[in-house]
Design a protein around this ligand. Structure first.
Ligand code: DAT
Ligand code: MG
Length: 140
């Protein structure tokens, strides 16, 4: 059960920032007991997003995903805690906001807008390796 303290990358995507949900998302992270280590508001460029989403290159939603992510400012957070990588993914809910469980960020605030990519408010790293790679991309 006991594991060492982890760090994860959380992104509030352009839909979350535009809908003024950044505070609500951070509130949930802090209320759960995780710690905010660093935070920045930025406009992501294509080069950063191509690296961030390299695993999805070639998929039908890849280009719409990159265009969505560069459509407005995002908030990047470095968040720490024991098992925070898994824990934030549970707080976020599953990828498809239509079926994400109520009580999760995506389940409570997301829906399908009939677009070629799901707009689902947040990103969270999915493994220790992804977290290290993504944190160095977004925070250097
Ligand atoms: P997650 O963000 O839950 O880790 P992912 O890494 O598989 O999901 O995909 C990245 C984002 O791309 C996801 O948050 C929303 C979008 N997406 C994923 N699969 C999709 C699909 N089949 N159709 C539309 N958008 C999709
Ligand atoms: Mg992912």
């Amino acid at each position: 059960m006991t594991t060492s303290i982890e760090e994860t990358l959380v992104l509030v995507k352009p839909d979350g920032v535009a809908r003024n949900l950044t505070g609500e998302i951070l509130r949930r992270i802090e209320a759960k007991g995780y710690s905010l280590v660093d935070i920045r508001l930025l406009q992501a460029d294509r080069e950063l997003l191509a690296k961030h989403y390299a695993e999805h290159e070639g998929k039908p939603f890849y280009e719409p995903l990159v265009e969505f992510m560069e459509s407005g400012p995002v908030v990047a957070m470095r968040v720490a805690g024991n098992r925070v990588i898994e824990g934030f993914r549970v707080l976020a809910g599953t990828t498809d906001p239509t079926t994400a469980a109520p009580g999760t960020i995506r389940g409570d605030f997301g829906r399908d807008w009939g677009l070629r990519v799901q707009q689902n408010l947040v990103h969270g790293s999915d493994s220790v390796e992804s977290a290290e790679r993504e944190l160095s991309l977004w925070f250097g």
